[in-house]
Design a protein around this ligand. Structure first.
Ligand SMILES: NC(=O)c1ccc[n+]([C@@H]2O[C@H](COP(=O)([O-])OP(=O)(O)OC[C@H]3O[C@@H](n4cnc5c(N)ncnc54)[C@H](O)[C@@H]3O)[C@@H](O)[C@H]2O)c1
Length: 264
């Protein structure tokens, strides 16, 4: 087991990648605190307890520093100081060309996706420094590398998260703390599987692996980065994208993608 005796905290753990990550960290031996704005996060805690590990849930908005303080305190009280922080919670609520994006929607995406991770790190890093050990994993996106049509706020927030990741890595490497980023491509969460078939199929065609990723494929990478074994890996950004970020503009690539999309 990679995480025996550790205490982890995963944000956005009510569903999707966050829920899968919380379950995998528990499988690897950690006690896992789970946080979300949705009260359904209690079901994730319940599943972890059923699997024989300690768990506690907290409902709070990561964009609100006061709520974060209170929520983290409640998890620490229940499980002990946090060894592993996974900043997974994120939103897409702002799909429009940049010239038509509302200021409020832009601000909210940055507040959750970028400031939310900052708020969480600020709350736990002091105790990691005191204990000379810590692992922070930030869930960014391949949109941070290539941009994303009509999602300037999302792409900018996820790119900002990479700057935060590298700075925390630099500042705290000497304290036995690592901070790394994982960059999912298209992963089969409820949101993605509910997309109109045409959009989903074209995304699959743009992925050299020709399939969506599974939430567990992201979760297992996070578990490794959270472990003792990954102690010398710091400040990196690792795509989990079936090759989606690679150059697919060659004639042969485009021909193969067209063939994937052709029915039958
Ligand atoms: N699914 C993908 O294809 C994909 C691709 C790239 C990156 N990502 C990133 O992975 C992470 C998880 O994505 P997912 O697909 O599982 O999404 P999801 O929407 O299924 O889950 C996100 C969770 O975060 C919670 N959340 C949202 N705002 C919050 C807030 N302010 N405070 C606390 N919790 C909050 C939601 O309630 C939800 O449970 C996100 O950061 C997302 O940007 C996902």
């Amino acid at each position: 087991m990679l995480l025996a005796g550790r205490v982890a905290l995963v944000t956005g753990a009510a569903r999707g990648i966050g829920r899968a990550t919380a379950l995998v960290l528990a499988e690897e031996g950690a006690a896992v605190g789970v946080a979300d704005v949705l009260p359904e996060v209690e079901a994730t805690a319940e599943a972890i307890r059923k699997a024989g590990r300690r768990s506690a849930a907290a409902v709070f908005d990561i964009a609100d520093p006061a709520e974060v303080r209170e929520g983290v305190e409640s998890i620490v009280k229940a499980l002990g100081p946090i060894d592993v922080l996974v900043n997974n919670a994120g939103i897409v609520n702002n799909v429009a060309p940049v010239g038509r994006m509302s200021h409020g929607a832009w601000e909210r995406e940055l507040a959750v996706n970028l400031s939310g991770a900052f708020n969480m790190i600020r709350e736990v890093v002091g105790s990691m420094v005191e204990r000379r050990w810590g692992r922070i994993v930030n869930v960014s996106s391949i949109a941070a590398l290539g941009g994303l049509h009509h999602q300037a706020g999302y792409a900018a927030s996820k790119a900002g998260l990479l700057g935060l990741t590298k700075t925390v890595a630099l500042e705290h490497a000497r304290d036995g703390i690592t901070c790394n980023a994982v960059l999912p491509g298209l992963i089969a969460t409820e949101l993605v599987t509910a997309m109109p078939a045409e959009i989903r199929e074209s995304a699959v065609a743009a992925t050299p692996a020709r399939r969506l990723g599974e939430t567990e494929e992201v979760a297992h990478l996070i578990a490794f980065l959270a472990s003792e074994r990954a102690g010398f890996i710091n400040g990196v950004e690792i795509p989990v994208d079936g090759g989606m970020r690679l150059n697919t503009s060659s004639l042969a690539s485009r021909r193969e993608a067209r063939e994937t999309r052709r029915p039958g």
